[in-house]
Design a protein. Structure first.
Length: 313
C-alpha cells in the first residue's frame, strides 16, 4: 500500500475536515441568531418611561453625593458643603420654591460653572457614581425601568441635576439616556450660562413634551415615575403615572387622582435617606448646572478653596 508523506496526510485531513468545520460554524451561527431573535423584543417606538432620579431611582440626591465626592477630593471643604447645604435646605423648606427664589438660585448657579471643562465634570461624575451612588440605587425602581426596556420601550431619566451627571447614571444603569439641566459650552468649557431653564417642576414636563414631539411618542402610552409633588406636571402629562417613595403631598395627590403608588422604603432606611434627599434638592437649586463646580485656585497646601460656594453663603 502506497504511503502518503506525513505532510500530505495532514493536508488531506485538514481539507477533509474543512466542510465539517464550516457546517459546525454555520450551525452555531444559526443557533446564536435564533437565541438572539428569541431574546430581542420588538421596539415599541411610541411609548417610553420617564424616571425622576433623586429618591425615585436613587436613595437620596445625586447632587448631594456628587458634592460629598468632591469634598473628599478637596474641591470643597466639608464645612463649606454643610453651610451651603443648610442654606439650600432653608430655600427648600421655607421658600417653597417660589419663582423669585428659583431665579436667585439660578443666578447663583451661573457663578459656579464658568471655566470648568466638560470632561472634568464627566470624569468626576463617573468616579463618584461608582464610589457613592451605585449602592444607593433602589433595586425596585431599577426593576421597573428594566420592565419597560424588556417591553421594547425607551427609558429616560429626568433630573434637575446636570445633564452630564444624568447621562452617567443612565449609562451605568443601562437606560436610554437622560434629560437634565443644560449648561452652555464653548470650546469644551462651561461659559457660566444656562441653555434654557433649570429642569425642575414644570420644566420637566416641557422637556418631555419636546422629546415626545421629536421622537414621535404618544404620551398617553408613556409612563412617569417620581417621589416629589414638584413633579406633578410631569406625572400629569402621561397615561400612566406612578408615585414612587412619595412625599406626603404627592401621596395625597396620587390617591386623589388614582395614580399607582410604589414604596420601596422601610422605616429606618426611609428616615436615613430623607435628609440627603432634602439637602440634595436644595443644593441642585443653588448649583444646578455643575453640582458644586468650584473655583480651583490653591490657597493652602492640599486644599482647593470653594470661592463660589462662599459667595453663595
Amino acid at each position: 500500500m502506497t504511503q502518503l508523506p506525513a505532510n500530505t496526510k495532514r493536508s488531506w485531513r485538514r481539507t477533509r475536515s474543512e466542510p465539517r468545520k464550516r457546517l459546525i460554524t454555520t450551525a452555531a451561527g444559526w443557533a446564536a441568531a435564533e437565541v438572539e431573535a428569541a431574546l430581542t423584543v420588538p421596539a415599541d417606538p411610541s411609548a417610553a418611561a420617564f424616571f425622576d432620579v433623586d429618591n425615585t431611582m436613587m436613595q437620596g440626591a445625586s447632587i448631594y453625593y456628587l458634592a460629598r465626592g468632591m469634598a473628599r477630593r478637596k474641591y470643597v471643604t466639608t464645612g463649606d458643603m454643610v453651610r451651603f447645604a443648610w442654606k439650600q435646605l432653608k430655600f427648600r423648606v421655607i421658600a417653597a420654591e417660589q419663582g423669585g427664589d428659583v431665579t436667585a438660585a439660578k443666578a447663583a448657579a451661573l457663578a459656579f460653572v464658568e471655566g470648568w471643562r466638560v470632561e472634568e465634570l464627566e470624569r468626576l461624575s463617573e468616579e463618584i457614581f461608582d464610589e457613592l451612588m451605585a449602592d444607593r440605587i433602589w433595586s425596585g425602581t431599577h426593576a421597573l425601568a428594566r420592565l419597560h426596556l424588556d417591553a421594547g420601550q425607551r427609558v429616560w431619566l429626568v433630573t434637575a441635576a446636570p445633564v452630564e451627571l444624568g447621562r452617567i447614571i443612565a449609562q451605568r444603569l443601562g437606560l436610554t439616556g437622560a434629560l437634565g439641566t443644560v449648561a452652555e459650552i464653548r470650546d469644551g468649557e462651561y461659559t457660566g450660562r444656562l441653555v434654557g431653564d433649570m429642569l425642575h417642576g414644570p420644566a420637566k414636563a416641557e422637556a418631555i413634551h419636546a422629546l415626545a414631539a421629536a421622537e414621535g411618542l404618544d404620551l398617553e402610552r408613556c409612563s412617569a415615575y417620581s417621589d416629589s409633588v414638584n413633579d406633578t406636571p410631569m406625572l400629569s402629562i402621561v397615561g400612566h403615572a406612578v408615585a414612587v417613595n412619595p412625599d406626603s403631598a404627592l401621596r395625597r395627590e396620587a390617591r386623589r387622582r388614582g395614580w399607582e403608588l410604589r414604596d420601596f422604603r422601610t422605616g429606618r432606611k426611609a428616615a436615613r435617606v430623607a435628609v440627603p434627599a432634602a439637602l440634595g434638592t436644595g443644593i441642585l437649586a443653588g448649583a444646578a448646572v455643575a453640582g458644586l463646580s468650584l473655583h480651583r485656585r490653591r490657597r493652602s497646601r492640599g486644599t482647593l478653596v470653594a470661592d463660589a460656594v462662599r459667595k453663595a453663603l
